[in-house]
Design a binder for this molecule. Structure first.
Ligand SMILES: Cc1cc2nc3c(=O)[nH]c(=O)nc-3n(C[C@H](O)[C@H](O)[C@H](O)COP(=O)(O)OP(=O)(O)OC[C@H]3O[C@@H](n4cnc5c(N)ncnc54)[C@H](O)[C@@H]3O)c2cc1C
Length: 465
């Protein structure tokens, strides 16, 4: 993504530069032809209030974008208003209090770099340009999240503009119901976040990475071992396996075992990764890297270079699963065999969640996270690849507990992303705070309000995986 340049302005549909300005808000280069009537690039709270008033006057629905990393391009809808928060990206750090106030347009990389100077840390996303705007609303699986919790658990408050234009603060003690909803409703949130108030963490003294590369033929052996060892992997390690048509170093189909570790000394990092050195299948690896000291910022930049290049077209989908590995292997082999060209890939994350989380709208996770990301360059190939991620996950749906909103594909495959009781509470809060349906629902959610009725119709299609 490119950082927004200059002061934000208003763009009207059809004027020169409008298409480029709208499409430039999206990381995914797909263009399904959806255009708003107006794009408002907000510079401050007053712009947001003015934009919402204009939308209300014109009976327009509003979609919101910050960093534009929604794989599904949730903000690109036909008609209405697109409100860009990308320019509201300030970072104010109170190092002594270990807190920060950060705009929704702020990139993870920028926050990480600013905090490094103070030896402080926040669990930002794994790609540098993912903004806090959408990341924190959907949960936030960041660096160190297995240990520190979802990034949204480190949000202590937020400044918001509601559908009626009121600016409010929400926290555990103030507008607590909105605070509850904001931490997990992701792209279905019903207000505009102006600023996040964050709790910061001490920075780890030693961050490192170790990788093992396996050829495609070892997939079954590798996933069986990963399933078995998973619960024993220390929480400081993010143990991931990436199926790719072009694995690092072997330049052919394979699986990259990637193990970043956030520790306080090299000795501690080595100890945490002992499970890789002692793995019974390590002799099958084409090679194993030494333990490489590397900062979280550099790991994020590396991830973009190898797996998340810009200006390409994407499809993505995911499942949470606890199914026995033998039930999952046919689906995993299908993913490997049908994957579009590199850098398309599939992520297996050894998540192993804690027993409890604070009460918030986020409410679904499990032992393993499996996501697929298909990538291609040309519009002519849309028909060839656009359904790939959906088809892979449909095939494994029977083994799924639900999905994570970070990589949602709700427009193509409605699925459960939180507990049913939490979804009902979210619906009730939406009706209370956005009774006229100013803000868009999750994609794929049929909503009478989008047909300009005043009451959003209850729809349970998202509550079934
Ligand atoms: C390359 C890449 C890497 C990723 N890595 C990770 C990762 O490591 N961990 C992880 O958890 N997720 C990850 N994601 C998923 C990402 O966190 C989500 O897509 C998130 O929503 C992106 O936030 P954004 O502000 O950049 O995106 P946007 O597309 O701008 O936002 C997504 C949605 O959030 C809502 N929204 C955004 N800003 C606001 C606001 N200010 N007020 C109200 N609603 C708002 C809107 O509904 C919007 O459509 C990744 C995505 C990509 C493309």
């Amino acid at each position: 993504m490119k950082r927004p340049k200059g002061k934000g302005r208003i763009w009207k549909r059809g004027e020169p530069g409008f298409d480029a300005a709208v499409l430039g808000t999206s990381f995914n280069a797909r263009d399904k032809g959806h255009r708003p009537q107006m794009l408002v690039e907000a510079n401050n709270a007053a712009d947001v209030q003015m934009a919402l008033a204009t939308a209300r006057e014109n009976d327009w629905k509003v979609s919101i974008v910050s960093g534009g990393h929604s794989w599904a391009q949730n903000h690109l809808r036909e008609g209405g208003m697109l409100l860009s928060m990308a320019r509201i990206n300030q970072i104010e750090i109170d190092a002594e209090a270990r807190t920060a106030r950060v705009g929704p347009g702020c990139w993870g990389l920028d926050l990480d770099r600013a905090l490094k100077k103070h030896k402080l840390f926040f669990p930002i996303a794994h790609a540098p340009d993912v903004a806090l705007g959408g990341f924190l609303l959907q949960g936030g699986f960041g660096w160190g999240s297995r240990e520190l919790g979802l990034a949204t658990q480190s949000v202590i408050g937020m400044d918001l503009v509601l559908a009626d234009g009121r600016q409010i603060h929400a926290s555990e003690s103030e507008n607590a119901d909105i605070f509850w909803a904001a931490r997990g409703s992701g792209p279905g949130f019903f207000a505009v976040v102006l600023c996040y108030h964050l709790k910061l963490h001490p920075r780890h003294k030693h961050t490192a990475l170790k990788m093992q590369i396996f050829k495609r033929k070892h997939l079954d052996a590798l996933y069986r071992w990963a399933d078995e060892i998973g619960p024993e992997v220390p929480r400081s390690v993010e143990f991931q396996m990436v199926i790719t048509p072009k694995a690092g170093g072997i330049f052919g189909p394979g699986i990259e075992v990637v193990a970043p570790v956030l520790a306080n000394s090299r000795k501690e990092a080595k100890e945490a990764l002992r499970f890789l050195d002692e793995s019974p299948i390590r002799h099958l690896a084409s090679f194993t890297t030494p333990l490489i000291p590397i900062s979280t910022s550099l790991m994020s930049i590396g991830a973009n270079i190898t797996h998340f290049p810009p200006d390409v077209r994407w499809c993505a989908d995911n499942i949470w699963t606890e199914a026995p590995i033998d039930d999952l292997l046919p689906g995993l082999n299908n993913i490997a065999d049908t994957m579009p060209p590199a850098p398309s890939h599939s992520l297996w994350l050894n998540w192993q969640p804690p027993k409890e989380r604070p009460d918030m709208a986020f409410g679904l996770e499990s032992k393993h996270y499996l996501a697929v990301y298909g990538e291609w360059k040309n519009a002519e190939d849309d028909h060839k690849y656009e359904g790939w991620a959906t088809e892979c996950m449909e095939q494994m749906q029977q083994h799924a507990l639900g999905i994570q909103l970070a990589d949602e594909n709700l427009g193509n495959r409605p699925a459960r992303f939180t507990q049913d009781s939490k979804l009902q509470r979210l619906d009730a809060l939406r009706s209370k705070y956005d009774p006229d349906g100013l803000f868009h629902h999750w994609m794929g959610r049929h909503d009478k309000a989008s047909e300009n009725s005043s009451t959003p119709a209850p729809d349970t299609s998202l509550s079934h995986a």
